[in-house]
Design a protein around this ligand. Structure first.
Ligand code: CA
Ligand code: CA
Ligand code: CA
Length: 257
């Protein structure tokens, strides 16, 4: 009968369709604010790195740092660091930021910044102020692009102004694995579910515990008396699926992982 139990355990393990990451999820040092559709995306630091930064190097045209698109902020930041030696610029702050685990942060490009405004700030996420956030996109010799987080308008920022807000971001690539925290093989680093999640036997509701709630569900669905039939879950083989059988299951399989 134990064999029967084991064989049937999968019947009542809920097949949760575990998902990958969503916008607003906490992941790898910050908050996910952009998904590229291939399991990768962008993460914003959980709070501002500065509320009074200059863009830097007024009067100097930086070689590069002109990317506006999603995916260009990292190279822009590298370009600014290479072409402007001023310490404490918005890009410099991001390049030197670490949350203790990740140190590959950068200043978002013009379009990346807009995604952060759209997907986080407008949804009430991310703890942004209604002030101007600096992008890593240069706009000529004296200007760079800034976005007002109050009205969402992107405009020019004079490079020597020292009142820009700075929010560092980082990117991540697809990391397949089990993304359901209730699974026994949950991988907190996985960004995309690969269908590998495993659950406890008899954890019918998939909450990571085999307990009385699962047994009540089991009784509701399978509880009956049919002395002439070999019933699923009739562990003691007395022709009934009842309290005695689920108690035996709990004794043998009850656990929380
Ligand atoms: Ca440039
Ligand atoms: Ca359960
Ligand atoms: Ca029984």
């Amino acid at each position: 009968m134990r064999l029967l139990f084991t064989a049937l355990a999968c019947l009542i393990s809920v097949s949760l369709s575990a998902q990958g990451l969503s916008i607003g999820d906490t992941y790898q040092g910050g908050i996910v604010f952009y998904l590229d559709g291939n399991g990768g995306g962008l993460i914003a630091a959980p709070s501002d790195q500065s509320t009074g930064a200059e863009w830097g190097c007024f009067g100097t045209l930086i070689s590069g740092a002109d990317g506006t698109a999603i995916g260009t902020g990292n190279q822009n930041t590298i370009d600014i660091e290479a072409g402007c030696t001023t310490v404490g610029t918005a890009a410099d702050i991001c390049a030197n930021y670490t949350d203790g685990t990740y140190s590959d942060w950068f200043l978002p490009s013009k379009d990346e910044l807009n995604q952060m405004w759209l997907n986080l700030h407008l949804q009430g996420l991310g703890g942004f102020a209604n002030y101007g956030y600096l992008s890593s996109t240069e706009n000529g010799i004296n200007l760079a692009w800034v976005q007002g987080f109050g009205d969402g308008v992107q405009s020019s920022y004079i490079k020597y102004n020292a009142n820009g807000n700075v929010r560092a971001i980082r990117s991540f690539v697809s990391t397949p694995g089990c993304t359901d925290p209730n699974a026994t093989n949950y991988d907190p680093d996985a960004s995309e579910d690969d269908g590998s999640c495993e659950y406890l036997d008899y954890d019918g509701n998939g909450d990571g515990c085999v307990d009385i709630n699962d047994m009540l569900d089991l009784l509701l669905e399978y509880g009956q008396c049919e002395p002439e039939t070999q019933l699923d879950f009739d562990g003691n083989g007395d022709g009934c699926v009842n309290g005695e059988d689920v108690l035996n299951i709990l004794v043998e399989y009850g656990s929380c992982e």
